[in-house]
Design a binder for this molecule. Structure first.
Ligand SMILES: *Cc1c(COP(=O)(O)O)cnc(C)c1O
Ligand code: SF4
Length: 386
């Protein structure tokens, strides 16, 4: 606890720590620079035992580490390897083990990529990958392959090719800006990307996926909000995975985005030992509702290298949804999805409420497992005329 406090103090001493609500770009950059990037950084702050230090060096060699001081401060007990915040950010020896099914690109994104920065899997929307960088590298990340090249960032020429592809495909009506974390880009560069997309006749909606409000709430500064506010078709999807991530700071970051008129949705990843418990998930979703962030997806953790210790049985996800649907507000229930390997796409899963279906009747089961009959309406052509 004392250790965690020490980190919070470091954060407060910085110019523009999260206690200061008016921050310039410079301020969040400074906070970001102070991120913990090596095992030695953690060692200096007495966050790991001597054994951990030796053991974890090869892990960090294999997969990057980067943790913001703010996110580290959310760890309650740094020596408890079961802490749900610690699990998401501090490397673990288990990452060196790969299960048979694990892949570097489980979703086959490279193969459904028509130009280097785009993934085009569904008919009416594309994923635009604008950077490989993140403020924090989540240990469960599906796009670890982008970390390999620390500075992966499409050039302006590559981006222009992406824009051209979107313009040339009138069926594309939504662009999902992803990465890495798009908010690691300078505000001006993000503005350049958004303005290019917004002026295309076919693009009706733009979505940004970011973890900034969760891991570096300072990033949501005035300059960013002023820029984002210009785009009326903009949605932002965030990734809160545990109720302890909903703090005064992250709440304020969400509030600032909402004040710009941007609807916020949440995409959680189902993670063993973090949120694979109906009570934790219900608490998370209730808290999300209270800060007006709508739970959108709950993802089964993909079979990506270095993350098999996070994967739960698909049954667990269905069980969690079963305990939520009907038992609590529908506004709080996310859709549980499994992302099919090799680009097959997201498949929504949940408990079966449909027992049988014929032309005449439907046998249904409600959230309390009560089975009942429901009359199927007759087709208009079968109804006798008076
Ligand atoms: C998830 C994803 C999308 C968005 O899918 P939604 O179901 O609309 O959220 C689009 N493209 C790719 C490649 C994706 O992985
Ligand atoms: S913020 Fe997203 S892309 Fe970045 S490491 Fe976390 S899960 Fe991966």
């Amino acid at each position: 606890m004392a250790v965690a406090k020490k980190i919070v103090n470091t954060l407060d001493e910085e110019p523009g720590g999260c206690s200061n609500s008016i921050l310039s770009d410079e301020d969040w950059r400074l906070t970001e620079k102070n991120s913990f990037k090596s095992i030695e950084d953690l060692q200096q702050n007495m966050l790991l035992s001597a054994e951990d230090i030796t053991a974890l060096k090869p892990v960090v060699k294999k997969y990057h580490m980067r943790i913001t001081p703010y996110y580290l401060s959310l760890i309650q007990n740094p020596f408890n390897s079961q802490d749900p915040i610690r699990k998401q950010c501090i490397p673990s020896l288990e990452e060196l083990y790969d299960a048979e099914e694990d892949a570097i690109d489980p979703l086959g994104e490279e193969r459904t990529s028509p130009v280097s920065c785009l993934v085009h899997r569904y008919p009416d929307r594309v994923l635009l990958v604008v950077t490989g960088r993140c403020f924090m590298y989540c240990r469960h990340c599906t796009r670890k392959r982008l970390w390999k090249n620390k500075n992966f960032e499409p050039t302006v020429k590559e981006l222009e090719l992406g824009f051209q592809y979107i313009k040339d495909n009138p069926r594309i009506r939504e662009v999902v800006i992803s990465g890495g974390d798009p908010l690691t880009l300078p505000t001006k560069k993000l503005d350049y990307i958004l303005s290019n997309l917004a002026r295309m006749g076919n693009v009706q909606a733009i979505r940004i996926g970011t973890r900034a409000p969760v891991v570096l709430p300072q990033r949501i500064d005035e300059a960013l909000c002023k820029m984002l506010e210009k785009y009326s078709a903009l949605w932002i999807n965030v990734q809160f995975n545990h109720p302890r991530e909903i703090t005064p700071e992250s709440t304020e970051a969400c509030r600032k985005l909402q004040r710009c008129g941007i609807p916020l949705n949440n995409q959680s990843v189902l993670l063993k030992g973090v949120n694979d418990d109906p009570q934790v998930m219900i608490e998370l979703c209730h808290k999300l509702q209270s800060i007006r962030v709508r739970p959108y997806y709950l993802y089964e953790c993909d079979p990506v290298v270095g993350a098999s210790h996070f994967r739960t049985s698909v049954r667990k996800g269905i069980e969690i949804i079963k305990k939520m649907r009907g038992h609590t507000s529908g506004m709080c229930v996310p859709t549980f999805v499994v992302d099919g390997i090799d680009g097959r796409g997201k498949v929504p899963l949940g408990p079966d409420y449909l027992v049988s279906l014929t032309d005449d009747e439907v046998i249904l089961k409600n959230y309390n497992d009560e089975v009942f009959r429901y009359r199927n309406p007759r087709e208009a052509s079968e109804i006798p005329m008076p």
